[in-house]
Design a protein around this ligand. Structure first.
Ligand code: PMP
Length: 330
Protein backbone atom coordinates (compact mmCIF):
# COMPACT_ATOMS: atom_id res chain seq x y z
CA UNK A 1 0.00 0.00 0.00
CA UNK A 2 1.18 3.51 -0.78
CA UNK A 3 -0.15 6.25 1.48
CA UNK A 4 0.85 9.20 3.65
CA UNK A 5 0.67 8.45 7.36
CA UNK A 6 -0.81 11.93 7.99
CA UNK A 7 -1.58 15.02 5.92
CA UNK A 8 1.64 16.52 7.29
CA UNK A 9 3.67 14.03 5.23
CA UNK A 10 2.37 15.80 2.12
CA UNK A 11 4.18 19.07 2.90
CA UNK A 12 6.92 20.02 0.41
CA UNK A 13 8.36 18.27 -2.66
CA UNK A 14 6.22 20.49 -4.91
CA UNK A 15 6.84 20.23 -8.67
CA UNK A 16 8.46 22.63 -11.15
CA UNK A 17 6.38 23.45 -14.25
CA UNK A 18 7.68 25.17 -17.40
CA UNK A 19 5.78 28.25 -18.61
CA UNK A 20 5.17 28.05 -22.34
CA UNK A 21 2.85 30.80 -23.60
CA UNK A 22 3.17 33.78 -21.28
CA UNK A 23 6.94 33.64 -21.93
CA UNK A 24 6.64 34.27 -25.69
CA UNK A 25 9.72 36.11 -26.98
CA UNK A 26 11.86 35.12 -23.98
CA UNK A 27 14.89 32.90 -24.65
CA UNK A 28 15.43 31.67 -21.07
CA UNK A 29 13.58 28.69 -19.58
CA UNK A 30 11.09 29.89 -16.95
CA UNK A 31 10.10 27.21 -14.41
CA UNK A 32 7.53 27.83 -11.68
CA UNK A 33 7.45 26.03 -8.34
CA UNK A 34 3.80 25.37 -7.61
CA UNK A 35 3.43 25.76 -3.85
CA UNK A 36 -0.37 25.55 -3.88
CA UNK A 37 0.13 21.79 -4.14
CA UNK A 38 1.09 21.73 -0.45
CA UNK A 39 -1.79 20.22 1.61
CA UNK A 40 -2.79 23.59 3.14
CA UNK A 41 -2.55 25.21 -0.29
CA UNK A 42 0.56 27.38 0.15
CA UNK A 43 4.29 27.57 0.82
CA UNK A 44 3.46 28.47 4.42
CA UNK A 45 2.85 24.81 5.35
CA UNK A 46 6.63 24.43 5.29
CA UNK A 47 7.32 27.13 7.87
CA UNK A 48 4.39 26.11 10.09
CA UNK A 49 5.69 22.58 10.55
CA UNK A 50 9.23 23.66 11.36
CA UNK A 51 8.13 26.49 13.70
CA UNK A 52 5.84 24.18 15.72
CA UNK A 53 8.44 21.38 15.87
CA UNK A 54 11.00 23.86 17.25
CA UNK A 55 8.55 25.38 19.77
CA UNK A 56 7.69 21.91 21.10
CA UNK A 57 11.38 21.07 21.43
CA UNK A 58 12.33 24.29 23.26
CA UNK A 59 9.24 24.20 25.52
CA UNK A 60 7.57 27.42 24.33
CA UNK A 61 4.58 25.34 23.15
CA UNK A 62 3.22 22.86 25.71
CA UNK A 63 0.43 20.25 25.39
CA UNK A 64 -2.97 21.99 25.16
CA UNK A 65 -1.36 25.38 24.34
CA UNK A 66 -2.76 28.09 22.04
CA UNK A 67 -1.05 29.41 18.91
CA UNK A 68 -1.62 33.18 18.39
CA UNK A 69 -0.37 34.75 15.15
CA UNK A 70 -0.97 37.78 12.89
CA UNK A 71 -1.40 36.14 9.48
CA UNK A 72 -2.86 37.06 6.11
CA UNK A 73 -4.28 33.57 5.90
CA UNK A 74 -1.75 31.15 4.48
CA UNK A 75 0.46 30.91 7.57
CA UNK A 76 -2.73 30.42 9.54
CA UNK A 77 -3.77 27.46 7.40
CA UNK A 78 -0.35 25.86 7.78
CA UNK A 79 -0.32 26.42 11.53
CA UNK A 80 -3.94 25.23 11.85
CA UNK A 81 -3.12 21.99 9.99
CA UNK A 82 -0.20 21.14 12.23
CA UNK A 83 -1.99 22.39 15.39
CA UNK A 84 -5.07 20.30 14.62
CA UNK A 85 -2.98 17.14 14.30
CA UNK A 86 -1.32 17.81 17.65
CA UNK A 87 -4.18 19.18 19.75
CA UNK A 88 -3.44 22.93 19.94
CA UNK A 89 -5.97 25.80 19.75
CA UNK A 90 -5.34 28.56 17.17
CA UNK A 91 -6.28 32.28 17.31
CA UNK A 92 -5.34 34.29 14.18
CA UNK A 93 -5.35 38.05 13.61
CA UNK A 94 -5.93 39.25 10.00
CA UNK A 95 -6.02 42.75 8.47
CA UNK A 96 -9.38 43.63 6.88
CA UNK A 97 -7.95 43.69 3.31
CA UNK A 98 -7.73 39.89 3.47
CA UNK A 99 -10.49 38.22 1.46
CA UNK A 100 -13.48 36.62 3.23
CA UNK A 101 -12.65 33.42 1.40
CA UNK A 102 -9.27 33.20 3.13
CA UNK A 103 -10.76 33.96 6.55
CA UNK A 104 -13.45 31.31 6.07
CA UNK A 105 -10.78 28.76 5.22
CA UNK A 106 -9.07 29.42 8.56
CA UNK A 107 -12.38 28.97 10.36
CA UNK A 108 -13.05 25.76 8.43
CA UNK A 109 -9.84 24.28 9.88
CA UNK A 110 -11.18 25.09 13.36
CA UNK A 111 -9.23 28.31 14.04
CA UNK A 112 -10.63 31.49 15.65
CA UNK A 113 -10.09 34.71 13.62
CA UNK A 114 -9.88 38.35 14.79
CA UNK A 115 -10.09 41.00 11.99
CA UNK A 116 -8.26 44.36 12.36
CA UNK A 117 -8.10 47.56 10.18
CA UNK A 118 -5.40 47.75 7.45
CA UNK A 119 -5.20 51.55 7.37
CA UNK A 120 -3.46 52.08 10.74
CA UNK A 121 0.27 52.26 11.61
CA UNK A 122 1.97 49.13 13.05
CA UNK A 123 2.25 50.96 16.43
CA UNK A 124 -1.52 51.63 16.61
CA UNK A 125 -3.19 49.51 19.36
CA UNK A 126 -5.71 48.37 16.72
CA UNK A 127 -3.03 47.17 14.25
CA UNK A 128 -2.77 43.49 13.64
CA UNK A 129 0.69 43.39 15.20
CA UNK A 130 -0.56 45.12 18.40
CA UNK A 131 -3.72 43.04 18.73
CA UNK A 132 -1.83 39.75 18.35
CA UNK A 133 0.76 40.87 20.95
CA UNK A 134 -2.03 41.65 23.42
CA UNK A 135 -3.78 38.30 22.82
CA UNK A 136 -0.48 36.43 23.23
CA UNK A 137 -0.02 38.14 26.63
CA UNK A 138 -3.61 37.57 27.79
CA UNK A 139 -4.25 33.94 26.72
CA UNK A 140 -2.72 31.41 29.17
CA UNK A 141 -0.30 28.97 27.48
CA UNK A 142 -0.14 31.15 24.35
CA UNK A 143 2.70 30.73 21.88
CA UNK A 144 3.26 33.40 19.21
CA UNK A 145 5.24 31.91 16.32
CA UNK A 146 5.94 35.44 14.94
CA UNK A 147 6.66 34.56 11.34
CA UNK A 148 8.21 38.03 10.93
CA UNK A 149 11.11 37.21 13.25
CA UNK A 150 11.13 33.42 13.79
CA UNK A 151 14.38 32.01 12.31
CA UNK A 152 12.63 28.69 11.67
CA UNK A 153 10.70 30.35 8.81
CA UNK A 154 13.76 30.98 6.63
CA UNK A 155 15.33 27.77 8.02
CA UNK A 156 12.45 25.68 6.64
CA UNK A 157 13.05 27.06 3.14
CA UNK A 158 16.82 26.55 3.52
CA UNK A 159 16.19 22.91 4.48
CA UNK A 160 13.48 22.05 1.94
CA UNK A 161 12.60 24.56 -0.82
CA UNK A 162 16.21 25.32 -1.78
CA UNK A 163 17.39 21.67 -2.00
CA UNK A 164 14.23 20.67 -3.94
CA UNK A 165 14.89 23.37 -6.57
CA UNK A 166 18.57 22.50 -6.83
CA UNK A 167 17.79 18.78 -7.27
CA UNK A 168 14.92 19.28 -9.73
CA UNK A 169 16.98 21.60 -11.96
CA UNK A 170 20.04 19.32 -11.66
CA UNK A 171 21.96 22.40 -10.51
CA UNK A 172 21.19 24.29 -13.76
CA UNK A 173 19.16 27.08 -12.11
CA UNK A 174 20.71 30.52 -12.82
CA UNK A 175 18.07 32.85 -11.32
CA UNK A 176 15.61 32.52 -8.43
CA UNK A 177 12.63 34.88 -8.14
CA UNK A 178 10.28 35.11 -5.15
CA UNK A 179 7.92 37.68 -3.66
CA UNK A 180 8.99 39.19 -0.35
CA UNK A 181 6.53 39.37 2.56
CA UNK A 182 8.15 38.33 5.83
CA UNK A 183 11.20 37.64 3.65
CA UNK A 184 11.43 34.05 4.88
CA UNK A 185 11.09 32.42 1.46
CA UNK A 186 13.70 34.50 -0.33
CA UNK A 187 16.09 34.47 2.63
CA UNK A 188 16.09 30.70 3.23
CA UNK A 189 15.78 29.50 -0.37
CA UNK A 190 18.11 32.21 -1.69
CA UNK A 191 20.76 31.50 0.94
CA UNK A 192 20.77 27.76 0.13
CA UNK A 193 20.91 28.30 -3.63
CA UNK A 194 23.77 30.82 -3.32
CA UNK A 195 25.76 28.52 -1.05
CA UNK A 196 25.28 25.37 -3.13
CA UNK A 197 26.06 27.20 -6.39
CA UNK A 198 29.02 29.09 -4.85
CA UNK A 199 27.32 32.41 -5.58
CA UNK A 200 26.37 31.63 -9.19
CA UNK A 201 22.57 31.76 -8.69
CA UNK A 202 21.21 35.32 -8.87
CA UNK A 203 18.42 35.96 -6.35
CA UNK A 204 15.69 38.45 -7.28
CA UNK A 205 13.02 39.73 -4.91
CA UNK A 206 9.57 40.70 -6.24
CA UNK A 207 7.83 43.58 -4.47
CA UNK A 208 4.51 45.37 -5.00
CA UNK A 209 5.08 49.00 -6.01
CA UNK A 210 4.70 51.16 -2.89
CA UNK A 211 6.31 48.67 -0.47
CA UNK A 212 9.60 49.52 1.24
CA UNK A 213 11.64 46.62 -0.17
CA UNK A 214 11.73 48.35 -3.57
CA UNK A 215 12.22 51.80 -2.07
CA UNK A 216 8.56 52.77 -1.57
CA UNK A 217 7.09 54.58 1.42
CA UNK A 218 4.91 51.67 2.55
CA UNK A 219 1.81 53.14 0.91
CA UNK A 220 -1.09 50.71 0.40
CA UNK A 221 -1.35 48.28 -2.51
CA UNK A 222 -3.80 45.45 -3.11
CA UNK A 223 -1.51 42.48 -3.72
CA UNK A 224 -1.86 40.27 -0.63
CA UNK A 225 0.90 38.54 1.34
CA UNK A 226 3.84 40.52 -0.06
CA UNK A 227 5.52 43.88 0.53
CA UNK A 228 5.98 45.54 3.89
CA UNK A 229 5.89 48.86 5.69
CA UNK A 230 8.64 47.82 8.13
CA UNK A 231 11.78 45.61 8.00
CA UNK A 232 11.15 42.09 9.43
CA UNK A 233 13.95 40.12 11.11
CA UNK A 234 13.10 37.07 8.97
CA UNK A 235 14.40 39.03 5.97
CA UNK A 236 18.16 39.08 5.33
CA UNK A 237 18.67 41.91 2.90
CA UNK A 238 22.11 40.68 1.90
CA UNK A 239 20.53 37.67 0.11
CA UNK A 240 18.70 39.28 -2.85
CA UNK A 241 20.99 40.66 -5.55
CA UNK A 242 18.17 42.81 -6.84
CA UNK A 243 14.58 43.79 -5.99
CA UNK A 244 12.15 44.36 -8.86
CA UNK A 245 8.66 45.78 -8.46
CA UNK A 246 5.34 45.56 -10.30
CA UNK A 247 2.10 47.48 -9.90
CA UNK A 248 -1.11 45.81 -8.74
CA UNK A 249 -2.41 46.23 -12.31
CA UNK A 250 0.60 44.39 -13.81
CA UNK A 251 0.52 41.63 -11.17
CA UNK A 252 -3.22 41.00 -11.52
CA UNK A 253 -3.03 41.04 -15.33
CA UNK A 254 -0.32 38.34 -15.22
CA UNK A 255 -2.27 36.40 -12.54
CA UNK A 256 -5.29 36.22 -14.86
CA UNK A 257 -3.15 35.30 -17.87
CA UNK A 258 -1.48 32.46 -15.91
CA UNK A 259 -4.93 30.91 -15.44
CA UNK A 260 -6.04 31.38 -19.06
CA UNK A 261 -2.79 30.66 -20.85
CA UNK A 262 -0.92 28.26 -18.59
CA UNK A 263 -3.78 26.57 -16.70
CA UNK A 264 -2.39 27.73 -13.36
CA UNK A 265 -4.97 29.32 -11.01
CA UNK A 266 -2.82 31.41 -8.66
CA UNK A 267 -2.92 34.25 -6.14
CA UNK A 268 -1.84 37.82 -6.86
CA UNK A 269 1.61 37.43 -5.29
CA UNK A 270 2.31 34.68 -7.84
CA UNK A 271 1.35 37.11 -10.62
CA UNK A 272 3.71 39.63 -9.04
CA UNK A 273 6.59 37.11 -8.96
CA UNK A 274 6.02 36.07 -12.60
CA UNK A 275 5.66 39.73 -13.70
CA UNK A 276 9.05 40.48 -12.11
CA UNK A 277 10.59 37.28 -13.54
CA UNK A 278 9.47 38.29 -17.04
CA UNK A 279 11.10 41.72 -16.57
CA UNK A 280 14.32 40.07 -15.33
CA UNK A 281 14.29 37.56 -18.21
CA UNK A 282 14.14 40.14 -21.01
CA UNK A 283 17.92 40.12 -21.48
CA UNK A 284 18.65 36.50 -20.58
CA UNK A 285 19.80 33.78 -22.97
CA UNK A 286 18.69 30.22 -23.78
CA UNK A 287 21.28 28.96 -21.26
CA UNK A 288 19.47 30.64 -18.38
CA UNK A 289 17.04 28.77 -16.13
CA UNK A 290 14.81 31.01 -14.02
CA UNK A 291 12.86 29.42 -11.15
CA UNK A 292 9.90 31.44 -9.82
CA UNK A 293 8.23 30.45 -6.55
CA UNK A 294 4.43 30.72 -6.69
CA UNK A 295 3.11 30.87 -3.09
CA UNK A 296 -0.61 30.12 -3.31
CA UNK A 297 -3.71 29.33 -5.37
CA UNK A 298 -6.27 31.64 -6.97
CA UNK A 299 -9.12 29.98 -5.06
CA UNK A 300 -8.79 32.56 -2.28
CA UNK A 301 -9.15 35.47 -4.74
CA UNK A 302 -12.17 34.48 -6.85
CA UNK A 303 -14.13 37.48 -5.52
CA UNK A 304 -11.24 39.86 -6.28
CA UNK A 305 -8.64 39.27 -9.01
CA UNK A 306 -10.92 36.85 -10.89
CA UNK A 307 -14.04 39.01 -10.45
CA UNK A 308 -14.46 41.44 -13.38
CA UNK A 309 -16.56 43.91 -11.36
CA UNK A 310 -13.97 44.10 -8.59
CA UNK A 311 -11.17 44.55 -11.16
CA UNK A 312 -13.12 47.28 -13.00
CA UNK A 313 -13.81 49.12 -9.73
CA UNK A 314 -10.03 49.72 -9.50
CA UNK A 315 -9.68 50.45 -13.23
CA UNK A 316 -7.59 47.32 -13.80
CA UNK A 317 -9.57 45.61 -16.52
CA UNK A 318 -10.00 47.61 -19.80
CA UNK A 319 -7.06 46.08 -21.66
CA UNK A 320 -8.42 42.58 -21.00
CA UNK A 321 -12.07 43.11 -21.95
CA UNK A 322 -12.62 41.08 -25.14
CA UNK A 323 -15.98 42.78 -25.91
CA UNK A 324 -14.52 46.25 -26.24
CA UNK A 325 -13.62 47.31 -29.79
CA UNK A 326 -9.91 47.94 -30.27
CA UNK A 327 -8.88 45.57 -27.51
CA UNK A 328 -7.39 42.23 -28.34
CA UNK A 329 -8.87 39.26 -26.49
CA UNK A 330 -6.33 37.17 -24.66
N1 PMP B 1 2.53 35.35 -1.11
C1 PMP B 1 1.58 35.08 -0.23
C2 PMP B 1 0.19 34.84 -0.73
C3 PMP B 1 1.88 35.03 1.15
O1 PMP B 1 0.91 34.74 2.04
C4 PMP B 1 3.21 35.28 1.57
C5 PMP B 1 3.55 35.26 3.03
N2 PMP B 1 3.28 36.47 3.70
C6 PMP B 1 4.19 35.60 0.61
C7 PMP B 1 3.81 35.61 -0.73
C8 PMP B 1 5.61 35.99 0.94
O2 PMP B 1 6.37 34.98 1.54
P1 PMP B 1 7.43 35.34 2.68
O3 PMP B 1 6.63 35.75 3.89
O4 PMP B 1 8.18 34.10 2.91
O5 PMP B 1 8.29 36.47 2.22
Amino acid sequence: MHYATSVLDLIGNTPLVKLNRITEGIAATILVKVEYLNPGGSAKDRIAERIIDAAERNGSLKPGGTIVEPTSGNTGVGLALVAQQRGYRCVFVCPDKVSDDKINVLKAYGAEVVVTPTSVTPEDPESYYSVSDRLAREIPGAFKPDQYSNPNGPASHYATTGPEIWADTAGRITHFVAGVGTGGTITGTGRYLKEVSEGRVRVIGADPEGSIYSGGSGRPYLTEGVGEDMWPDAYDRTIPDEILSATDAESFDITRRLAREEGLLLGGSSGLAVACALKAAQNLTADDVVVVLLPDSGRGYLGKIFNDEWMKSYGFLPSQCPDEPGHEAR
